[in-house]
Design a protein around this ligand. Structure first.
Ligand SMILES: *Cc1c(COP(=O)(O)O)cnc(C)c1O
Length: 222
């Protein structure tokens, strides 16, 4: 992908976000576009960096550790978001590398993240991932378990920014986005990480503060 292609895709995504935000009477700047670069190598990422994108998402700690330190040396203002499942034994690595973690979804991660933050002095903002469609195979904390998980995370002093979800595939996402927004409001949380390439405009219209967009910016993953 050339820098021109990257600029074009980025401009399109930004326009769609701005349009959806205005329709919902929101400010376009209230939405952070996370370019999800998982599976793409540094050569695929560079054109987006050259086009001005600075916020990126990865779903594996090890893959991100292999790619980003070199790119960050060139672009020190890059911010990295972890959008994939986190193992407790990777908490130190994740806290060292990422500026935000979108996959806090179970109690065992709370002490692991709290210790990692204490050791490193870094405090990446955390989103609690909710299994919003109550799907057995899917990551995320059950809706029923959210109040307790959130209370534990707050008691441990974790910086909780909001909630994250991936709605069920093949179903209309808007009701799930609306439900996540309602849950966040009910718990006094402002951040809403929701919306991917196929549904980020809907997500913005229903309140997303962070959209996680891969394919629409990079093309299909291999
Ligand atoms: C891969 C991924 C995305 C991006 O998906 P696209 O459909 O390529 O935009 C967003 N969120 C999560 C959690 C992902 O794993």
């Amino acid at each position: 992908m050339s820098t021109d292609d990257a600029s074009q895709r980025l401009a399109t995504a930004r326009e769609q976000i701005a349009r959806a935000a205005r329709l919902a009477d929101r400010k376009p700047e209230s939405v952070t576009l996370i370019a999800v670069s998982k599976t793409h190598d540094a050569e695929a990422i560079r054109p987006l960096l050259a086009a001005g994108q600075r916020v990126f998402g990865e779903n594996r700690v090890q893959e991100a550790e292999a790619k980003w330190p070199a790119l960050r040396a060139e672009y020190p203002d890059v911010r990295l978001h972890l959008v994939g499942q986190l193992q407790s034994n990777k908490a130190d690595d994740a806290v060292a590398l990422f500026d935000a973690i979108h996959s806090l979804d179970r109690p065992s991660l709370i002490p692991a993240l709290a210790k990692a933050m204490e050791r490193s002095g870094r405090r990446p903002e955390c989103f609690i991932q909710v299994n919003i469609g109550d799907e057995p195979q899917k990551g995320g904390c059950p809706v029923d378990a959210l109040p307790e998980l959130l209370a534990e995370a707050r008691a441990a002093g974790l910086p909780i920014a909001g909630l994250m979800c991936v709605p069920p595939l093949e179903l209309e996402p808007a009701p799930y986005f609306a439900l996540l927004a309602k849950l966040a409001r009910g718990h006094g949380l402002d951040g809403l990480s929701m919306g991917m390439s196929g549904d980020y405009e809907t997500a913005v219209m229903t309140g997303a503060t962070h959209v996680r967009v891969g394919t629409a910016l990079f093309g299909e993953r291999a």
